[in-house]
Design a protein around this ligand. Sequence first.
Ligand code: NAD
Length: 360
Amino acid sequence: MKNEYTIAVLPGDGIGPEVTGEAIKILKILESRLGLNLTLNEVPVGGAGYEATGHPLPEETLNTAKNADAVLLGAVGGPKWENIDFSLRPERALLGLRSSLGLYANLRPAKIFPALADASTLKREVIEGLDILVVRELTGGIYFGQPRGVETLPDGTRKGVNTLVYTEGEIERIARIAFEVAQKRDKKVMSVDKANVLECTGFWREIVTRTHKEYADVELQHMYVDNCAMQLVRNPKQFDVILTTNMFGDILSDEASMLTGSIGMLPSASVGGKTGMYEPIHGSAPDIAGRGMANPLATILSVGMMFKYSFDREEPNAWIETAVESVLNQGYRTPDIMSPGMKEVGTTEMGDLVAKEIEQ
Ligand code: NAD
């Protein structure tokens, strides 16, 4: 097995540098525990990229990402860049990275750590033991379809247009990812569409069903997106893998994430191309940036996903999950997941606690 890896580190803005700093601590521990040789290349992205070069995705950053074995990203954006031209906004860097790296599949686990079961707004019995993986198509659908825009009609009124498009190939490849990850889990895929209203997602259903024929060990069911949104809060434990389109996945994965209580706990992986990208699902949290109180666990758990999906190493991911669980069981909490009787810690202290557990 390969033991030399190059990782592009893109801390970004706001709390991005704070949480990636803690993830780097974990990478260094794994490097020594596994006898690896890791090269970490840190480059600016988002607002930091814009400040350094005038563009949120500088050429050097993109090249560093393309040449790496994996990318670790913090978060981008902030009030400072809210009024600049849309094409130069920090968030544009994410779309650029996803499309340049061919990252067509976004994997977002929503898993409950038992110690945090009370942090959810849902009743403990509804979410205890929850372990869902949302597989969202990331480079197609209505976010990319043409034509798009706002135009003025001959009568002087205006209309806005976006277009939902999926090709056979785009649907088939994301379906394969969902079936393959399901094979390593509970072997159940729920494909979510709006086939009763949108022809494009009726086509989605047809191609997913056809692709499924090659994965007889996985159970496939279909659900309309409105029902899925409702079932996620009614009985979320019925789901194992949820497979869906770009826009439905955007919305449903945020809903699924909140079942677990805190946005600061959830990692994500974007895969499909040669180089996968790993990042927390949260943004740059300008309201708490620079105060040492951000929860670094989502970013640390993203490092686990990197080892699992890009380096094909399950064990470090399990070490990280066990370490996080143990630290939470000992009662340590960052302010976002704090509850009475627990011990409040800051970003670096939380990172140190997890690092110490992995070192043991
Ligand atoms: P956000 O996720 O940054 O913050 C939402 C709320 O969650 C805030 O109250 C924040 O303090 C809290 N929060 C988020 N992460 C946390 C953590 N690790 N620990 C503790 N609390 C945490 O979303 P927002 O406020 O809507 O967006 C802020 C900026 O981030 C915007 O510029 C937005 O465009 C950008 N954004 C970037 C990404 C990304 O980089 N992938 C994703 C979403 C939003």
